[in-house]
Design a protein around this ligand. Sequence first.
Ligand code: TYD
Length: 144
Amino acid sequence: MENKDIIVKNSGVIKLQSFDDFPDGNISIAEGKKSVPFEIKRVYFINNLFNKKSVRGKHAHKKLEQIIFCVNGRFTLDFDDGVNKQSIVLEDAHSGIRLGPMLWHEMRGFSNDCVILVLASDYYNEDDYIRNYDEFLKVVNNIK
Ligand code: TYD
C-alpha cells in the first residue's frame, strides 16, 4: 500500500520503521511527531473479532487524528471523505492508514486472529464523533 493508492482526503499511508528478525519476530516503531504526524495522546486496540458479520466504526470525527494499523491478521477498511470512497485490505502490520478529520470509516471482514491498533491525537470525547451518515454528509458538504 502506497500513498498514491489513497484517493480519499485527510488520509494517507504511514509506514513505520520495522526490523525483521525472522523467525524471531518483527519490531515496528511509532513515534509521536516523527513517523506519526501528531502527538500521541491515546492508544487503543481491538481484538477478539470473532463475529464474521461484525462491522465496526461507522462514524467520522470532527477533529481527531488517528492512525489505524492491523498488527495481526487482516480486515477491510472502507473510508469515505463525503465525495471519494475506497476500500482497502489492511494486512501489513507496519503500514497504517491515517484517518484524519471528517472521514467516515467502517471496518469489516476481520480474520479470527485480527488485532487492530489505533494511535490517536486526543483523549476520548464523544462530542467529537459524528455517528449518523446523513449528518456527516451535511457537515462535510457544508449544508445547514
Ligand atoms: P467506538 O469508537 O464506537 O468503536 P469502533 O469505532 O471500533 O466501533 O467505541 C466503542 C465503545 O468504546 C463506545 O461505547 C465508546 C468506548 N470507547 C471509549 O470509552 N474510549 C475510547 O477511547 C474508545 C475508542 C471507545
